[in-house]
Ligand binder design. Sequence first.
Ligand code: EPZ
Length: 427
Amino acid sequence: MSEKVIIVQGNKTLKGSVTVSGAKNSALKLMAASILGQGESVIHNVPAISDIDVMGDVIQHLGAKLSRDGHDIRIDTAVLDTLETPYELVSKMRASIAVLGPLIGRFGHARVAMPGGCQIGARKIDMHLVGLEALGVEFAIDHGYLEARTPKGLHGALVTLEFPSVGATENLLMAAVAAKGNTTIENAAREPEIVDLAGMLNSMGARISGAGNATIEVEGVALDSFHPCEHTTVGDRIEAGTFLAGAAAAGGPVTVNNIDPNFLRMAIMKLEAMGASVSIGDKSVTVSREGPLAATDIQTLPHPGFPTDLQAQFMLLAALANGNTIITENIFENRFMFTSELVRMGADITIEGHHALVRGVKDLQGAPVSCTDLRAGAALVLAGIVAEGETQVHNIEHIGRGYEDYVGKLCSLGADVRSVPADGGHV
Ligand code: EPZ
C-alpha cells in the first residue's frame, strides 16, 4: 500500500460532538488477559486500529481462535499450541509483552521476544522482570528471547515497584491472579486502564482489590476456577483529551461522548487554566474557548498526574498561548522529538533535557511535517487545522495505530482534512 499523507487546510474551527472509541491502552491488555479465561471471551468497544490487529495476530499465533464483528472481539483460548511470541510481532508492537503475565499465570512458562525501544524512549521492562521474579519466575535470555519458567511454581509475594509502571503493574496482575497465595503490589500504576483490566480479570474469577490505588491486593485462585467472560472496554481518555485540546486550539464548542470525565481531571484543570471553558456531563466533556490562550506550566506524571500521552497536544496549545510555558516530560526520555516539527510551523520552542520552554506565538504556518509517534502525529494534524495555509502530515501510519477514523471524526467537527497517497494521487 503506498504511503499516505494527511492534507490539512488551516484557519478552521472545530464544532460539534464526537464519540470516542474504546481505550487502546486497555483493549490490548484485555485481549491478553483472555488467555486466562481458557474458553471464549467477548470484549466489546474494541477500537478498530492497527495495534489491535497486531495483538490479534499475537493471540492467534499462540493458537487462540479470534473473530471480530465491528467493535466486538471473540477470543477462544481453550487450546493454545505455543507459548512463544515471535520477534516479528513483538517488534511491530511492544505492547505484545502483555502476554507474558497471563502465559505465566496459566502455564508457568512463556517465551517472548524482548521488545525493543521506540521513538520516545528505551521502554525497558526491568520492573516487569523484577516483579515477576518475586512471584517465583526465573528468566533467561536466549537469542533475544525472554524465557520465563517457574520451577518452584508461582507464589504470592509483596512487590514494590520502583516506579508506577503501567505495563509492569498489568503483567504482575495477570500472573499474580493465578499464583499460590496472596500478592500485594505497592506503588502500582493507578491509570483507569488498570482498573478496567482488574475488572475483566475479576469477571473471569480473579480476586483483585484496590485497583486504581497505589496498593493493589491479589488473592491467588486456582487456575481451574478461571472462566471466560464478557467485558466492555472503557472509553479512550487520550483520544478524548486529543479532541478537547483541538477544541481549545480551534475554538469549539466540541463535546466528546463515551468518556468518564473523572479520567481527565488533570487535563481539564489545565484546559481551564489556559482559558478554555469546560462543562462536564455524565459520560461527556464539552470544551470551548473565546478569549486568548493563557500560558500554564505542565509536568507529565503517572495518573492522576498530567498524562504524557497528552503532552504533544498541549504543547500545541502552549505554542499559541500568550506568554511562556515550561513543559516537563517526566515519563519518557525522548518525547520532545515532535517539537522540531512544530518549530517548522513557526512555533518558538527550546528544549533543555526534560524541559521544553515554549514562547507563545500569534499563529502557525502550514508546512510539510512528519509524525514521530501517534500522539505527536495527532497533535500535528490539530496544528494544521489552526495554522495559516495547508499542512501535509507524513508517516501517518503512527496515527492509525491508536486513533480510529481520526480524519473522519475531525471532518465531522468541521475540519478540512483528507488522507491521500503520498505520490499526490487523490482518493
Ligand atoms: C503505557 O506504556 C502506554 N502504552 C503508553 O501509551 C503510556 O504513555 C504509558 O503507559 C504511561 O502512561 C500502552 O498501554 C500500550 P510504563 P508502558 O511502563 O506500559 C519506564 C501511547 O501513546 N519503565 O508506565 O510502556 C519506561 O521506559 C503509549 O498510547 C522502565 O524503565 O509505560 C517509561 O520511561 C505511549 N522499566 C516509564 O517507565 C520498566 O520495567 C513509563 O513506562 C517499565 C517501564
